[in-house]
Design a protein around this ligand. Structure first.
Ligand code: HEM
Length: 425
């Protein structure tokens, strides 16, 4: 696999600390999901425990992994070094303390904790987004991939600003009459952050992992404009409460996902690598799930569906599109980083394992199948408030996550990792 590590890459410990945190957070999420599965099946949307669960997933698992991966991948995709690596390393601790405190405060709905730890998380995410945007500024790489990554970080800044305003609204009593709009915009822009980032990096990672060449790129501009027009139209629909704009936005976003499916299909067709590994296969399935979610936004807006259905949709979007994609890419990124750190200097010598020997990717198939089964069952059960189905779905997801953790812990080798994280390289 050609380079996700270059001479411009940051120290190993920067991406790896975030990724390790994400792996540990995923284990905690599986336990929390099991304990809250009955609540999920009884339509307890927006109860403190469910909001805490959502943020354990989005902040503790997804954003942690994504931040680590972005610090690594921007150097490869945009041929620039990361600015302010020292600041980024200190920022990691602020982020972790903030997320743990915010999660605990959300569980008990402890408002001073929400304000204090929420502000810390928001501040550390501003720092992260600032580092990435300023690192990108001098890059000579232009085009849709760059637009997506830049737009993603602007959405992140806006989404967490909305979150802070929500917390401020119930702490200081300001903006309370706009609470529903702030919440909808927060959710929408936060998920748009993940979508833009995945769309952008897919144009780099998928050809890299499948050795694809000569695919057409003309659709990428339309994917960008379609998705972003869709996002802003839905936001406009939320604030004006004018349904047709929201519906138009959902159609535009769905069209963007469909175009991305064509792009993915063409990249797969023009690949040089014969075998498509399971994790990569499932990132392609995830794009189809993303498209399905956008289409369902359109259907549910048009039919004015109840809150449990929206809760199911948010869960499906996060798990079926964002988590599935992140898990798929992590099977390629984590072993590569570990291999480069442990064996990169000795390549070609005897007894140096190949990356494939660090982790047999074929073993991930069962995990993905269990994950998909759990996801479908949980989503349907949340939507129809079916308790037993929600519990069974959560159990299947937890089993899949447990297997994922076994794979990751095997690659990371926790006996060696702490020492490697301390070394400066
Ligand atoms: C990219 C990161 C984030 C994502 C993807 C995200 C996602 C969500 C989602 C999906 C909900 C709806 C509730 C649910 O489904 O359980 C929500 C609500 C909320 N989020 Fe976030 N969030 C993020 C970051 C944050 C941050 C940093 C804060 C704190 C400063 C925060 C504070 C809140 C609050 C206060 C609510 C509303 C809870 C309620 O009204 O009961 N979020 N968020």
């Amino acid at each position: 696999m050609a380079g996700i590590v270059t001479h411009q890459s940051p120290e190993f410990s920067l991406p790896m600390r975030y990724m390790l945190t994400s792996v540990l957070g995923f284990g905690l999420f599986a336990l929390d999901l099991l304990s809250e599965s009955v609540g999920l099946g009884t339509g307890a949307a927006l109860s403190p425990a469910i909001v805490a669960l959502t943020h354990l997933l989005t902040l503790g698992v997804l954003l942690s992994f994504v931040m680590g991966a972005v610090y690594q991948l921007v150097t490869v995709a945009f041929l620039i070094p990361v600015r302010g690596v020292k600041l980024a390393k200190v920022n990691y601790y602020a982020y972790v303390v903030g997320v743990v405190g915010l999660w605990a405060s959300m569980r008990g709905w402890f408002v001073p904790g929400l304000l204090g730890f929420g502000s810390l998380v928001v501040l550390s995410l501003y720092v992260y987004a600032g580092i990435i945007l300023s690192s990108l500024a001098p890059s000579a790489v232009r085009g849709p991939m760059r637009w997506f990554v830049q737009a993603a970080h602007i959405y992140l800044i806006l989404a967490i600003t909305m979150a802070w305003l929500m917390v401020a609204s119930f702490t200081f009593g300001i903006l309370s009459s706009w609470y529903t709009e702030l919440l909808a915009t927060h959710i929408l822009l936060a998920v748009s952050f993940f979508s833009c980032l995945i769309f952008g990096f897919t144009y780099k990672l998928l050809p890299m992992f499948t050795l694809s060449h000569g695919f057409s790129t003309w659709r990428q501009n339309y994917v960008f404009y379609g998705l972003n027009a869709g996002i802003w139209l839905i936001v406009a629909g939320v604030w004006t409460r004018w349904l047709p704009i929201g519906i138009l936005g959902a159609i535009s976003a769905t069209a963007a996902f469909v175009l991305q499916i064509f792009d993915v299909r063409e990249m797969m067709k023009k690949r040089m690598r014969k075998k498509i590994e399971h994790p990569i296969r499932f990132t392609a399935v995830a794009v189809a799930f993303g498209a399905t979610t956008s289409l369902l936004v359109f259907v549910f807006l048009a039919s004015r569906s109840p809150q449990s259905v929206w809760q199911a949709l948010v869960g499906f979007y996060l798990l079926g599109w964002v988590v599935l994609t992140v898990m798929g890419y992590s099977y390629k990124i984590v072993p590569f980083l570990i291999w480069t750190k442990r064996f990169g200097g000795q390549a070609g010598r005897d007894k140096v394992p190949t990356i494939a020997q660090l982790l047999d990717l074929d073993t991930s198939r069962l995990m993905f199948v269990a994950f998909l089964a759990g996801l479908v069952l949980l989503t349907i059960s949340i939507g129809f408030t079916w308790k037993i189905g929600a519990v069974l779905g959560a159990v299947l997801l937890a089993i899949a996550i447990a297997q994922y953790l076994v794979h990751m812990v095997h690659v990371l080798d926790l006996r060696k990792l702490p020492k490697e994280l301390k070394n400066h390289d």
